[in-house]
Design a binder for this molecule. Structure first.
Ligand code: SF4
Length: 751
């Protein structure tokens, strides 16, 4: 076989938020022979992490499901797609007939944020379900960011991102982009961008209870007691106001409500008041406050470690507030909103004003938790399944998720799934959660479907877009992921297993176009809907490609179906396989505002109220030991552990314990420690390291494989332990419903 017979294609990596461009070589036998970074990618410029090249192994993994499975006599057996759909229809029809639609539920896992089909069509499936029992990985992750941005700027997508490429000073809290490559700050080669800040004379400060790789590569590591970031940030603000160095830009001040209330709210949080609880010396707090205000530009960025704690939303709000008070909000080098090519809630509708953001459109049945972003907290999913009564959950759909591994109080949720009357999973693996499913519907592999990071480009550090066509052809009977979701939608609507997905898809795009031409703020307002639909459906375009073309064409840079000759469309994307770059972030206020007041709500009442709870935490007794998580470069939550090349070497699922704590508890290197919380207990091998603070034990999540009924052979060889056996379903951030996965009180004992 000559090398010239190979073909080279370009595709964006879908595994994490970095959106790296890949150069993929495929031989004439349609096998991937090489994956490397795409040097010409407009955003990643050839950067790739160890996970990116494993799309080949993921595609070829013999454990990856290639046909639907149906559970018969307790065992999953392969069936045809027609049989699977009939089983889905039978199961849902039965549950709805006996219990009503209130008994249905859905859980959406993290991969949905990285896949185009679910990004576009899950909503149709959820709507067809006719139940409010919707849960997702968002409530073990980033919901606090949406809530804080929503209250302040008007939409859940109003999340400012740090302008990494231009800032002079970056303060990062609870983030480890050297391992995770960034989150809600889409930036391929995040580590390189951090080093570039330092290379141009800037400073990077990392606040974390662990001396992470990111902390090691920064100018300064500030060790903080887990869960106290809100106290630290409030003290920074206190210093800025007390010393008169706060410098809100006049343009932003003229748009802001509540600056005086903010000043009053942080007044009690002096450095002396918080130093004991945070573990950060007073002089360090004062110095960092001064540095943030004195730097030509600065940006504060907080992520998973500050969102997955009891004050998750307040922390997200404080990050935004700090960027405002240091004079770096909506400014080059500070924190800004992206202008995504396919549009977002911050670009649609009337510029400068909107309906605003609210939660609580419904409450969960058992513990009365408010709806947030159309969902209930996943921490209450088990109780909704286990507690008898009207609308008790009896059936579930999971899409691309493994909540038994990734959400709180795993043992309880595992029991709850086992007790369901019917369950369908859309997943490529028979894992710890999908083993409970009656029917498993496998999506195509990542290389067999098209791709555009619709969600992640909304939080990118540049205004970029990149569309990838499928690299490999899927088998003839394998439906696309969007077709699976629309078939589920049809069945849930009562259209039966034989329903025509193409008709449902046509109806969805027709509704979107009809709405756009009737909307006075749309670039195609008043146009003929049929003409637009005809243009969209050229060359037989359907599904994700057609919908993306529509979104790009009516987006901020869109071609608007011939109106803007140089505008963006799917054809433009196809002509640019290395992506399209519309430039760095630009100031967007007041245009981006969607609050009812048309102003920035600096001090929303919900946050003002929570500041009282934050102050009360200063006198709350603290646990001797607390548990925090840990990210690893070669791991991706729970689902990449079946890729041998990523798990070779020693098992990374260990408990990091500080030498002093090891001595206190009689632990030696490699010994086993029993960690116990209110809800469970796990035994984990010990790694003694001063990279973790005293009083803190760190265990990564996503492990605990080898459970009977699963089919992930490689993962089972290095099973590890599920840290979410310890996380407490009763501990959530009250404003967002986000689970508390860090700073969990635990006890340690040598085994
Ligand atoms: S950093 Fe993320 S997007 Fe880039 S190659 Fe690695 S997993 Fe893929």
């Amino acid at each position: 076989m000559s090398d010239t017979a190979n073909r080279t294609v370009f595709r964006t990596c879908p595994l994490c938020e970095a959106t790296c461009g890949l150069e993929i070589t495929v031989n004439p036998q349609e096998q991937v022979v090489r994956i490397r970074g795409d040097q010409k990618d407009v955003f990643s410029h050839g950067f790739i992490c160890p996970k990116g090249s494993t799309l080949k192994q993921l595609h070829e993994d013999p454990d990856r499901l290639r046909a639907p499975l149906v559970k018969r006599n307790g065992v999953h057996v392969e069936v045809t797609w027609d049989e699977a759909w009939r089983e889905v229809e039978r199961g849902f029809t039965d549950v709805i007939a006996r219990h009503g639609r209130g008994a249905l539920s859905a859980y959406l896992g993290n991969p949905n944020a990285h896949n185009l089909g679910p990004q576009m069509y899950t909503s149709a499936m959820l709507k067809s379900m006719g139940s409010r029992n919707i849960f997702s990985a968002s409530s073990v992750d980033q919901v606090p960011m949406h809530v804080a941005g929503g209250y302040m700027f008007g939409t859940a997508q109003s999340i400012p991102v740090p302008d990494l490429d231009h800032t002079d000073y970056l303060l990062m809290l609870g983030a480890n982009p050297y391992a995770s490559n960034g989150s809600l700050c889409t930036a391929p080669d995040y580590p390189g961008r951090i080093q570039a800040i330092r290379a141009r004379g800037g400073k990077v400060v990392v606040v974390d209870p662990r001396r992470t790789k990111t902390a090691e590569e920064s100018d300064e590591w500030v060790s903080i007691r887990p869960g106290t970031d809100g106290l630290f940030m409030s003290a920074l603000l206190h210093v800025m106001f007390a010393e008169g160095i706060a410098k809100v830009e006049p343009r932003i001040a003229s748009l802001a409500n509540g600056l005086d209330e903010l000043k009053a709210a942080v007044a009690p949080f002096s450095p002396s008041a918080v130093t004991a609880m945070t573990g950060i010396p007073e002089d360090v707090i004062v110095r960092i406050a001064r540095e943030l205000c004195a730097a030509p530009t600065s940006a504060v960025y907080g992520r998973i470690g500050v969102n997955t704690v009891s004050f998750g939303t307040t922390n997200a709000w404080l990050v935004n507030v700090l960027n405002i008070v240091t004079g770096n909000f909506d400014k080059r080098g500070g924190a800004m909103l992206t202008t995504p090519l396919a549009g977002s809630a911050t670009t649609r509708g009337t510029a400068g004003k909107g309906k605003g953001f609210a939660t609580g459109r419904g409450h969960s049945r058992v513990s009365n938790k408010p709806e947030v972003l159309g969902e209930y907290p996943v921490a209450v999913l088990a109780e909704e399944m286990l507690t008898p009564g009207e609308n008790q959950i009896r059936a579930a759909i999971t899409v691309g998720g493994n909540p038994v591994m990734s959400t709180p109080h795993s043992h309880q949720l595992d029991t709850a799934f086992a007790g369901l009357e019917f369950m369908v999973s859309v997943d490529i693996y028979l894992n710890e959660t999908t083993r409970h499913a009656d029917v498993i519907l496998p999506s195509p592999s990542a290389l067999e479907k098209d791709h555009y990071d619709l969600g992640l480009y909304t939080y990118a550090v540049r205004n970029v877009g990149n569309y990838s066509q499928p690299v490999l052809k899927k088998s003839d009977d394998q439906p696309d992921e969007w077709e699976i979701l629309l078939k589920l939608a049809g069945i849930l609507q009562g259209l039966g297993a034989e329903c025509d997905v193409a008709v449902i898809d046509d109806n969805i795009i027709a509704a979107a176009v009809t709405s756009a031409v009737a909307n006075s703020s749309s670039p195609i307002s008043g146009r003929d809907a049929d003409e637009i639909l005809e243009l969209l459906s050229k060359d037989g375009r359907r599904g994700t490609a057609r919908m993306l073309d529509f979104m790009l064409q009516v987006g901020p840079y869109g071609a608007a179906f011939g109106t803007n000759a140089n505008g963006i469309s799917l054809d433009v994307m196809l002509a640019n396989p290395h992506g399209v770059d519309m430039g760095p972030l630009e100031p967007r206020f007041p245009e981006a505002l969607r609050t009812p007041s048309g102003r920035i709500e600096v001090s929303p009442p919900q946050l003002m109220e929570d500041m009282k709870r934050l102050y009360a935490s200063l006198s709350t007794p603290q646990s001797d030991m607390v548990l925090v998580g840990r990210r690893e470069l070669k791991s991706n939550n729970s689902w990449m552990h079946n890729i041998k090349v990523l798990t070779k070497g020693s098992l990374s699922c260990t408990a990091h314990v500080h030498p002093h704590d090891a001595q206190r508890f009689g632990l030696s290197e490699g010994s086993v420690v029993r960690i116990t919380s209110r809800v469970g207990s796990i035994d984990v091998p010990v790694e003694i390291t001063d990279a973790v603070r005293q009083g803190v034990v760190s265990v990564p999540h996503g492990w605990g494989h080898g459970v009977p009924g699963t089919r992930m052979g490689v993962a089972a060889e290095k099973a590890g332990v599920n840290s979410n056996i310890l996380t407490d379903d009763k501990e959530i951030d009250p404003l967002s419903g986000n689970a508390v996965l860090n700073a969990i009180p635990v006890t340690l004992a040598a085994v």
